[in-house]
Design a protein around this ligand. Sequence first.
Ligand code: NAD
Length: 256
Amino acid sequence: MLKGKTALVTGSTSGIGLGVALSLAREGAHIVLNGFGDVEGPKAQIEALGVKVGYHGADMSKPAEIEAMMAYAEAEFGGVDVLVNNAGIQYVANVEDFPAERWDAIIAINLSSTFHTTRLALPGMKARNWGRIINIASAHGLVASVQKAAYVAAKHGVVGLTKVTALETATSGVTCNAICPGWVLTPLVQKQVDARAAKDGVDNAEATRRLLGEKQPSLQFTTPEQLGGLAVFLCSAAADNVRGQSWAVDGGWTAQ
Ligand code: NAD
């Protein structure tokens, strides 16, 4: 379905981003990876699917590096047809204890990077009259939790930016939507499971049960593969007129 198209997925060396990149590659899309840590492993996994793979190590907190990444995608792949804004970080503290530097980093990486990639990808998408912008927001783009001021503010911002982008592209072949996962067991969440285990003095399994039990009625983690499946749907012709929506994949979290 995506043969000949190029998908750039920010934060795709791990977790949800890698899952989405793999799903898009299975549909034939060439992939531009981004993110920190091991690059060779994810690259090899995607190359095995027979598509072209590139990598740019731009730090999503730095607009100049984002510009360099988008220029790289243009030069090496002829532009970005599917943009998945996924890179994100978390920090947990009460508002009055929240380090200002962590606030700035979360807003920059989780929200502002999406503005920068979007503004740089849109001209090419509009010129080709086809594009998909998929923003990985969160259940925390729709509802709040304690101690996540920066994350919740950023993700609500992503949901708002998604709507504006969708309105501004509404008469074109470019669409913009958000995916709002509940708990997904990735390194980002394992850290929160570990913190819960330490705080409550329980093992990993019990900490996991408690974490899910608080928020996610299905008591099951959402998987990167499920999110990849939704991203593939949003890239399909069936989704040509799906615009500005926030798709919760949260085991019932935001139905409560
Ligand atoms: P993860 O920690 O497994 O992966 C994050 C990715 O972002 C990694 O590839 C990392 O290298 C990259 N990254 C981090 N900082 C970066 C930076 N400054 N520049 C470039 N890349 C950077 O996390 P994940 O759980 O897969 O999260 C991915 C996205 O999904 C995030 O936006 C997160 O907020 C969102 N999300 C996660 C969950 C969950 O339960 N895991 C739930 C809802 C939303």
